[in-house]
Design a binder for this molecule. Structure first.
Ligand code: NDP
Ligand code: 2IT
Length: 449
């Protein structure tokens, strides 16, 4: 094992998601270190795997019955070599230091790939917004920001959304930041359109993921037209992934949440997608309710006793995992291959286990790692920051044009880096190498910090 990896495992033994993310990158960049001996001398691996700063704090809040609750919250300020820390906030009961460190680590390379000036960070809390009233969510967000506000700023650290944090949460967080700092600045992205948000930011991650998939298919003279696609999740990323696949002529047959998944053999068309958006975003309901309206679909409850996810076991051409980490294991990957899937494009962060990735690489399918294919979200966050700085708003077609250009560029960067290091077509290696090189060169330029 790489001695840097060994040291991380000894120092932070419980952080399995963080180890997983680091191991993948360290493995990919070995040839870069071999070619550039100065990197080892400057201990870039040791430095890039250690957060610049970790903030951990208590969030106390009161529910509608007057009962007080206490949650744990974090902000990981991972790397600021190429710009202010940038990355989302996750509110989910599973949140812990390991998960946020893995997400912050991935974010560093993802943000570098966008070509915009953004360092990497991530934060969140083990607070579960599910089943909470708007007032409870507001009080939680206000209490969260009472501590976080002193650590962030438009040129310091710019949080955004992730799982469990959408427009509603960003609104409450922004309101409290503005009150405490007495400044109206672009300190958060994913803001609503009426007060500083960017057009296309809600769509950006999903659209970007599909643009990336289209670029991969184009290398084989194919398009999404007529392709059957499996999509997991039913939140922000999944919804706009489906929207863009439909627009490009593909057919989506699955969607899921943590309780189960639907399989709609006829395809989720625009009308059905509009229903899903209402169901999830306004009603805050469950995917199980889909079949109440569309009885042609089949709902399957999540079964934790299974060692595979049946969602990935349907005939299809393409898969877009867009829910959460490690949602595709080796069995799922084998099922995907068996069912004819030849493109896996990650909308979620680290949705495939290392064993699953090895199967994709072995079979030489088109496989896009999340840090490349889901970078459209943070890229348009970067464009939101640019618009806030100018105090101007670009029209939707302008933002979408830039998003498309950025995704095309990331795709080419991954291909070029993979070719340069003799692993042509390995997008994972390409993304890790290109992101890493950009960040460590900036670190060396700026001296020992
Ligand atoms: P949302 O909260 O909008 O949606 C998350 C979806 O995933 C929900 O359907 C949720 O189901 C499901 N889900 C969450 N956790 C689990 C779990 N442990 N097991 C099964 N299903 C789960 O989040 P997003 O769509 O924003 O995020 C989805 C993924 O995309 C995450 O990996 C995130 O890090 C990544 N991402 C998001 C970006 C963004 O801009 N929002 C940008 C880049 C990546 P349920 O409703 O039951 O919780
Ligand atoms: O994982 C991610 O890239 C995000 N959740 C979006 C981060 C952002 O700052 O827009």
């Amino acid at each position: 094992m790489n001695p840097v990896m060994e040291r991380i495992k000894v120092r932070d033994p419980g952080e399995k998601e963080f180890h997983q993310a680091v191991e993948e990158v360290l493995y990919s960049v070995q040839p870069v270190l071999d070619r550039n001996p100065q990197y080892r001398q400057h201990a870039v691996l040791e430095r890039i795997t250690e957060p610049e700063r970790v903030i951990m704090f208590r969030v106390s809040w009161m529910d509608d019955q007057g009962q007080v609750h206490v949650n744990r919250a974090f902000r990981i300020q991972m790397n600021s070599a190429i710009g202010p820390y940038k990355g989302g906030l996750r509110f989910h009961p599973s949140v812990n230091l390991s998960i946020l460190k893995f997400l912050a680590f991935e974010q560093v390379f993802k943000n570098a790939l966008t070509t915009l000036s953004m360092g990497g960070g991530k934060g969140g809390s083990d607070f579960d917004p599910k089943g909470k009233s708007d007032n409870e969510v507001m009080r939680f967000c206000q209490s969260f920001m009472i501590e976080l506000f002193r650590h962030i700023g438009p040129d310091t650290d710019v949080p955004a959304g992730d799982i469990g944090v959408g427009a509603r949460e960003i609104g409450y967080l922004f309101g409290m930041y503005k009150k405490l700092s007495n400044e109206f600045t672009g300190v958060l992205t994913g803001k609503s359109l009426g007060w500083g948000g960017s057009l296309i930011r809600p769509e950006a991650t999903g659209y970007g993921s599909v643009y990336f998939a289209a670029e991969m298919l184009a290398t084989q003279n194919q398009t999404l037209e007529g392709k059957t696609c499996l999509v997991s999740g039913s939140g922000n990323v999944a919804q706009y992934t489906v929207e863009k696949i439909i627009e490009l002529g593909g057919k989506v047959v699955t969607l899921s949440d943590s309780s189960g998944y639907i399989y709609d053999e006829e395809g989720i068309d625009s009308e059905k997608l509009a229903h899903v958006k209402r169901l999830k975003n306004i009603k805050r309901g469950r995917m199980s309710e889909y079949i109440d309206k569309y009885s042609e679909a089949v709902y399957t409850e999540a079964d934790t006793s299974l060692d595979y996810n049946p969602l990935w076991n349907h005939k299809a051409d393409c898969a877009f995992p867009s829910a959460t980490e490690n949602e595709i294991n080796a069995t799922d990957a084998a099922n995907l291959m068996k069912n004819g899937v030849h493109l896996v494009c990650e909308g979620a962060n680290m949705p495939s286990t290392p064993e699953a990735i090895n199967i994709f690489l072995d079979k030489k399918i088109l496989y896009a790692p999340g840090k490349a294919s889901n970078a459209g979200g943070v890229a348009v966050s970067g464009l939101e920051m640019a618009q806030n700085s100018m105090r101007l708003n670009w029209p939707a077609d302008e933002v979408d044009r830039r998003l498309k250009m950025i995704m095309k560029n990331i795709h080419q960067t991954c291909l070029d880096a993979s070719a340069e290091y003799g692993v042509s077509g390995n997008y994972m290696a390409g993304a890790n190498i290109a992101g890493f090189t950009k960040v460590v060169n900036a670190m060396l330029d700026q001296g020992l910090l």
